[in-house]
Design a protein around this ligand. Structure first.
Ligand SMILES: [Zn+2]
Length: 212
């Protein structure tokens, strides 16, 4: 990731002075989504009996990226990580800001000591963008209706990736890895694809609502 940022830096340092012109309209109008697979590398996130959060988040992020890229037009999807590597929370947010993303989606799996079940999606507690709330509600609706997951609702939290991103941003918890039944669902390709599809569907409806 640092290398990517560094390369972007070099490319822009070379290009901007040469062509100090606005980008063509078409290029500027492409909608950019940064999808952030939570945790990675030395930070495994929550651990289930058989799988770790960092694996689940990466697989769902990649699948959601694929669905969005293949099924929507004029949208670029960029992942904060594509493999098992550690990236700090600030780097994730800075990357999205640097990309001038129009939307930021961070994917996580939940964990609890006692019994807990269901999905929930967070927006920033202090000053969330109304569009963040819009996307969070769409994602929860999809999980509930399409994937038949228990709905814990849209919540507010002061998470760094929500606080430090300059665009509408959500952090979605796809289920409890500490819950054997939900871990099994996340471990299955079918389950992960369903969750990724829900995120894609929510994004699609979000994009449609921008056109209205
Ligand atoms: Zn997490």
């Amino acid at each position: 990731m640092k290398q990517v940022l560094y390369l972007y830096g070099i490319v822009w340092a070379l290009i901007v002075p040469l062509f100090a012109l606005p980008l063509p309209t078409q290029a500027r109008e492409r909608f950019k989504i940064v999808i952030d697979a939570g945790h990675g590398g030395k930070d495994q996130g929550a651990a289930g009996r058989k799988i770790q959060e960092k694996e689940v988040t990466l697989k769902i992020a990649k699948r959601a990226e694929k669905y969005i890229r293949r099924r929507t037009r004029g949208v670029d999807v960029i992942l904060t990580r594509e493999r098992d590597e550690f990236i700090s929370l600030n780097e994730r947010a800075n990357f999205a800001n640097f990309c001038e993303a129009d939307l930021f989606i961070s994917i996580h799996a939940n964990s609890a000591r006692g019994y807990a079940e269901g999905t929930e999606t967070f927006v920033w507690s202090k000053r969330h963008n109304p569009w963040s709330l819009k996307l969070a509600r769409l994602i929860q609706k999809e999980y509930t209706e399409r994937a038949k997951r228990k709905n814990r609702g849209v919540k507010k939290a002061n998470f760094a990736v929500l606080r430090n991103t300059n665009m509408p941003a959500v952090l979605t918890e796809v289920g409890f890895i500490s819950n054997a039944k939900e871990e099994k669902y996340m471990k299955s390709r079918r389950g992960r694809r369903k969750l990724a599809y829900c995120i894609y569907q929510a994004v699609k409806q979000y994009l449609n609502s921008l056109d209205e």
